[in-house]
Design a protein. Structure first.
Length: 90
């Protein structure tokens, strides 16, 4: 189960990071965008590290309060959940 969880987290974070990069590119080229709800959902379902890294790398969504504060809050929540699971599933 732990191995599957690690694989899931790696995959969702890579997908989330790419989504933030693609959305930034689309914003710069006046293309159809990925919705903010979808970007936040990716962060909420385990992609908070990828979302935070995407925000920092691509300088994307850093001025929006729901991203500026929401993504770090999700990241802290996910880290706390991982620490909890590590102690109770070991």
């Amino acid at each position: 189960m732990t191995k599957l969880l690690i694989i899931y987290l790696v995959v969702i974070n890579v997908i989330t990071f790419i989504a933030y990069g693609v959305d930034k590119w689309k914003a710069q080229h006046n293309r159809w965008r990925i919705s903010e709800a979808a970007l936040l959902l990716l962060a909420a379902v385990g992609g908070s590290i990828g979302a935070w890294a995407g925000m920092k790398t691509f300088h994307h969504k850093t001025l929006h309060a729901k991203f500026r504060y929401g993504v770090p809050a999700l990241l802290l929540l996910h880290l706390a959940l991982i620490a909890y699971l590590e102690q109770h599933l070991a």
